[in-house]
Design a protein around this ligand. Structure first.
Ligand SMILES: [Zn+2]
Length: 138
């Protein structure tokens, strides 16, 4: 890190989540698919939350979705975020019908609203963030 910035907290890879973390290093949002009932879901788990099957695989999500709800975090608990408040934390419904909580990057927090279409950040911008991060769809 340069310029006195603190590093973002980093996720810990484990047996269940490492495809998610490794996929994001290549700019992909990986979600799980159940071989038993065909549901897709997030966050990473060893068993399907719908039918308890362990027959799971991974696929890259489209990276497109819509904000369901959001919060503006003005008092983050890690110093790396202090200079970036308010942090926009949103519940996002992916086009795959999967719900997840993720950060949204926007120049103006006041432009964020429920129903707003979003997409994954990409390229060098994506490499800044340790977990899948979104922006308003352009
Ligand atoms: Zn299932």
């Amino acid at each position: 890190m340069t310029g006195g910035m603190s590093a973002y907290p980093q996720p810990h890879a484990d047996a269940d989540n490492h495809p998610l973390i490794e996929g994001w290093r290549e700019g992909r949002l990986m979600i799980q698919v159940c071989g038993g009932c065909s549901h897709t879901f997030f966050y990473p788990r060893p068993l399907c939350p719908y039918c308890w099957s362990a027959e799971l695989s991974w696929k890259a999500a489209s990276g497109r979705g819509t904000i369901v709800s959001f919060s503006l975090v003005n008092r983050p608990n890690a110093p790396a975020f202090f200079a970036e408040v308010p942090i926009i934390l949103a519940e996002i419904r992916l086009d795959e019908e999967v719900l997840l909580i993720a950060r949204v990057i926007a120049r103006e927090a006041s432009s964020i609203r429920s129903g707003l279409p979003v997409e994954l950040v990409s390229g060098p911008e994506a490499a800044r963030y340790p977990l899948p991060t979104f922006r308003p769809r352009q």
